[in-house]
Design a protein around this ligand. Sequence first.
Ligand code: DC
Length: 230
Amino acid sequence: MKIAVDGPAGAGKSTIARLIAERLGLRYLDTGAMYRAITLEALRRGVDTNDEAALMRVATSVDLNISFQGSSGNLVYLDEEDVTELIRQPNVTAHVSAVSSHKKVREFIVALQEQIGKQGSIVMDGRDIGTVVMPDADWKFFLEATVEERARRRKIELEAQGVPVDLSELQEQIRQRDHRDSTRDNSPLRKAKDAILVDTTSLSISEVVHRLLSLIKEDSSDVQVFRCRH
Ligand code: DC
């Protein structure tokens, strides 16, 4: 079974996709982590994030590995260094949209994601999973929430990590990232025509997980009926 979970930053995609994978016993891939890892390496090497050729040299010269850790999600490695935490730094977040907007960078990362998708059942979350990476997914969900709610969630997350933040600044950053992600030329953030839209603004994580799982299970229960009559 292949499940695509797309949507803008802060709509709850990663948490929800990881929980669904766990409940269904499937692999999980956070595709944004791959763009973040390349961004981290580019920043470390002092590469201009507008320079596509230089970004490609970074992408093709570094060994990027992602391991699947069940309920803990993905661990991300760059040349064997665990960068799972580092790729969430504000500096990486500020530059990742620019890096992920380059056509060649996307082609390179999408090819890796397609390969992982072909290896078996999986839940992937991102921006273009239902439209580009797994257009043949069995289930496509597009999660949305208002900018205000997404900023509120992000504030709680950052404050839990000891990072003080200003709510209106966060809202502005989210608006800018939404704009960049949905207006870029190469596979912009867009709901696939056959994706199910879920507005998570007033729903808890467990309510969203429950809603998605009931849709999936409702459908697959039809298939699992054993007919034992003569
Ligand atoms: O989901 P995230 O915030 O970790 O994603 C980081 C960035 O990567 C985001 O600004 C858009 C980009 N991205 C993308 O273009 N395509 C994906 N499938 C996943 C993420």
